[in-house]
Design a protein around this ligand. Structure first.
Ligand SMILES: [Zn+2]
Length: 261
C-alpha cells in the first residue's frame, strides 16, 4: 500500500514481510490463505475476547467493552466466511474459546489463532489445559498472550521472564509444538517491548492497532470485536480504508514503535 508514510524510514523495518520465516499452518480452506488477497495483498485481523454469558470471575478493566454475545459473534463469523483476506484471533484464553467459538468456527470451516494466558489456565472462566489441547486437535493454532495479562511496557526482569519465556515453554509442552507467536496484552507496546520480543525469538507479534496488515509482517495490526458491534461496524471494519484513516493509523503506529525512553 502506498500510504505507509515513512514507517520503514524509522529504521525498524517491522513491516517488512516474509523475512522471518512466518508461515500459515492449517489455514487451507479456512479462508486465510496467502493468495487472492484484496487491498494490494493486505489482510484484516480480527480479535475476539469473551463470548456469550459473562464468566464466573471478575472481568478485567475494559474487558466489558469487548465481550460479545453469541448473535454478534456469529454475525462476524458469517461475514468472515466469505472473506479469504480476513483472519481471526482470540485473546485472553476464556473458556468460551472452546465452549462457544470452536464449534461455530468448525461449522463454517474456519480456523483461527488462539492467544492463551499461560498462567491462568484452569482458573474459573478460563481455558483448561485440556481445552488448549482440544483447540490444537481441531486444527486451530495456539500462541501466547503472556503469563498473567500484564502490561508489557511495565515489567520487572522476573515478570518479563514469566511473560516471554515461561509462558512459551508451558504452552509448547501442552501443544507439543514450539510457540513463537504472541498477542501483546492491551496492545501496549513501545520500542523496548518490540526489542524484547525479538530477543525472545518471537516470530510474529499481534497488536490492537486496528486496520489492515501485510500477510507476513512481523507486527500485525488487529481490530477487536466490540460488545455493541452491528452490521455497520462489520461493513466498516471489513471495508478497505480511505486515505485519511490510513494516514491517521500509520502515524499512530509509528509513534508506538519509536516511543519509550
Ligand atoms: Zn488480553
Amino acid at each position: 500500500m502506498g500510504g505507509n508514510i515513512g514507517v520503514g524510514g524509522a529504521g525498524h523495518g517491522l513491516d517488512e514481510g516474509g523475512g522471518l520465516g512466518s508461515r500459515e499452518v492449517g489455514r487451507a480452506g479456512a479462508g486465510l490463505g496467502e493468495t487472492g488477497l484484496g487491498d494490494g495483498g493486505r489482510v484484516i485481523n480480527l480479535t475476539a475476547h469473551g463470548i456469550g454469558p459473562r464468566p464466573g470471575r471478575a472481568l478485567d478493566p475494559g474487558e466489558d467493552g469487548t465481550w460479545v454475545d453469541v448473535g454478534r459473534f456469529e454475525r462476524v463469523l458469517d461475514a468472515v466466511a466469505e472473506r479469504p483476506d480476513v483472519r481471526l484471533t482470540f485473546d485472553d484464553g476464556n473458556a468460551s474459546d472452546v465452549d462457544t467459538a470452536l464449534p461455530r468456527l468448525l461449522a463454517r470451516g474456519l480456523t483461527a489463532e488462539f492467544f492463551v494466558l499461560a498462567g491462568r489456565l484452569g482458573e474459573p472462566g478460563r481455558l483448561t489445559v485440556d481445552g488448549v489441547r482440544e483447540l490444537v486437535k481441531a486444527g486451530m493454532r495456539v500462541g501466547s498472550h503472556g503469563w498473567a495479562h500484564r502490561d508489557w511496557r511495565r515489567l520487572t526482569a522476573a515478570q518479563a521472564n514469566e511473560e516471554l519465556v515461561r509462558a512459551h515453554r508451558v504452552l509448547a509442552d501442552i501443544t507439543g509444538e514450539p510457540v513463537s507467536r504472541v498477542a501483546i496484552p492491551f496492545g501496549s507496546y513501545d520500542r523496548h517491548v518490540l526489542r524484547r520480543l525479538r530477543r525472545a525469538s518471537v516470530t510474529r507479534a499481534y497488536t490492537s492497532d486496528g486496520g489492515p496488515a501485510r500477510p507476513d509482517a512481523w507486527l500485525q495490526a488487529r481490530t477487536s470485536l466490540r460488545h455493541d458491534l452491528d452490521d455497520a461496524w462489520v461493513d466498516r471494519v471489513l471495508a478497505p480504508p480511505g486515505p485519511a484513516i490510513r494516514l491517521r493509523r500509520n502515524t499512530a503506529r509509528l509513534i508506538k514503535r519509536t516511543r519509550g525512553r
